[in-house]
Design a protein around this ligand. Structure first.
Ligand SMILES: NC(=O)c1ccc[n+]([C@@H]2O[C@H](COP(=O)([O-])OP(=O)(O)OC[C@H]3O[C@@H](n4cnc5c(N)ncnc54)[C@H](O)[C@@H]3O)[C@@H](O)[C@H]2O)c1
Length: 452
């Protein structure tokens, strides 16, 4: 099937590459020429495990092409994915200007024939009809005086994305479900055909599993499913963080508590790890957007607002723990193990490390960091207030405390005994409850977890 993916970020590039890998004929469009050049040369502009390899394979088999020419993409694709960013505006609502620009552009290039236009970007509820209106506007304003009107046929589908950064390729081939929202049975059939091989687990790690559930629904419900899913996960994390804060006071261990409640099949063990709070490009913006949408319809959310508040406090908690351990932070050196918002990604959007760096700088501490991806890639954008070291020993050297901010697997194998000797004070705040306390204490560290 001929596919066009517009926007080649974490979602668009992974979607395009994976669809090409399963045999579709894909054109990926981005208006960032630098990215297009890089991708055409077989290099991924983002770090995502397994992505570069699949991308190079699909380029070699000519199943994928990259361009900034949206007219060519619109002409090529029977299915046109919109996968551009929808960041937050200062008031919390979703900034849909990139989606709008793409929808208008699609409209201005639609000629005769039938297309399925798919919202894969996370968009506010009601965006299906809004995108339809903008595409129609684009058609009406074509240079040919709108003569494609009546000839260009299209339907809108909402197909929200649930991939996890750091496991995006895996998640695309092994999804928990596929959600398709549309009022057009023709469009829905095309989408089901597009995903057949994924639904049938042809590219799954475990091909013996039953087919992937496909949730077919109306557009508004599909859009709501995406927001509700992210909001639920954010609430679950804030919940366990609140429990951790009570554990800290009453002398219970939140790791044990999380295990004890997570084994209850009604609760489930995932997203019950207490720590420095959620971050990343999606949770904060999607929860804010849902709060904002609810307000637009006269409903004041309470649980969602509380989850956001708990999360904000949780980021500051690490600073409070440093203050308790070191008293005055002015003139102290704090080392951060990890910068990215989670392991196996290079994404720094809304990373808790950024809040920590700001707070520590404000209090007069010097901040150093080591992150397996950031240190290696040489990315330095936005890191003016932090010294990025090239390895963990250099990080530890001269530090008054370390904070484990991101649970990179390789942090388990650090030479903590050597690091402790290099530090002024061997203190480790484990902001992810990731390390083994006994091992750290044997290495000479004073170990401080969250809620333990
Ligand atoms: N990142 C995730 O883990 C994730 C997961 C699920 C859903 N989503 C949603 O998917 C959407 C995309 O997120 P992302 O993280 O991939 O974003 P991103 O910022 O990584 O990528 C967006 C891309 O779109 C390109 N772009 C912007 N305007 C364009 C235009 N007019 N024409 C062509 N390209 C254009 C940008 O250059 C960029 O490469 C968002 O709505 C997000 O909420 C993201």
């Amino acid at each position: 099937m001929k596919v066009c993916v517009i926007g080649t970020g974490y979602v668009g590039l992974v979607t395009g590459v994976c669809l090409a890998h399963i045999g579709h004929d894909v054109i990926c469009i981005d208006n960032n020429e630098e990215k297009v050049k890089l991708m055409s040369a077989g290099q991924s502009p983002i770090y995502e495990p397994g992505l570069s390899e699949l991308m190079q394979e699909s380029i070699a088999s000519q199943k994928i092409h990259f361009t900034s020419d949206i007219a060519a993409g619109v002409e090529h694709g029977e299915v046109l994915f919109i996968a551009v960013g929808t960041p937050s505006l200062p008031d919390g609502q979703s900034d849909t200007r990139y989606v709008e620009a793409v929808a208008r552009s699609i409209g201005s290039h639609l000629k005769s024939g039938y297309k399925v236009i798919v919202n894969k970007s996370t968009v506010p509820i009601g965006s299906g009809d809004w995108v339809r209106m903008i595409v129609l506007d684009g058609i009406a304003n074509q240079d040919n005086g709108g003569s494609s009107k009546g000839l260009a046929e299209f339907d809108i589908v909402s197909n929200p994305e649930f991939l996890r950064e750091g496991a995006a390729v895996y998640d695309t081939f092994n999804p928990d479900r596929i959600v398709l929202g549309s009022s057009s049975s023709r469009a829905l059939q095309i989408m089901q055909d597009l995903y057949t091989n994924i639904v049938d687990r042809k590219f799954a790690d475990d091909v013996t599993l039953p087919p992937v559930p496909v949730v077919v629904t109306d557009i508004n419900s599909a859009e709501m499913i995406k927001y509700a899913a992210n909001a639920f996960l954010a609430v679950k994390i804030s919940f366990i963080n609140e429990v951790a804060n009570i554990c800290d006071r009453v002398g219970a261990d939140v790791v044990e508590v999380g295990r004890g409640i997570g084994l209850d099949s009604r609760i489930g063990k995932r997203f019950l790890q207490a720590g420095i709070g959620w971050g990343g490009s999606c949770f904060a913006k999607d929860v804010s957007a849902l709060i904002h949408t609810a307000e637009d319809y006269g409903y004041a959310t309470q649980i969602l607002k509380a989850a956001v508040e708990v999360n904000q406090q949780q980021r500051i908690l690490v600073v409070e723990k440093l203050q308790q351990a070191l008293k005055i932070l002015k003139g102290k050196t704090i080392g951060l193990l990890g910068l990215t918002f989670k392991p196996d990604t290079d994404d720094m959007r809304d990373a808790p490390a950024l809040t920590l760096i700001d707070q520590l700088n404000r209090l007069g501490a010097k901040v150093k960091a080591f992150d397996p991806i950031v240190s290696q890639s040489g990315i330095r954008d936005g890191f003016s207030n932090v010294i990025v070291e090239t390895d963990a020993d250099r990080l530890a050297d001269g530090c008054d405390a370390l904070v484990l901010v991101t649970e990179w697997a390789q942090f388990r194998n650090l030479d903590f005994a050597k690091m402790a000797k290099l530090m002024n004070h061997a203190i480790l705040i484990d902001a992810r409850n990731f390390c083994d306390r006994t091992q750290l204490e044997a290495a000479g560290f004073k170990y401080i977890g969250i809620g333990r």
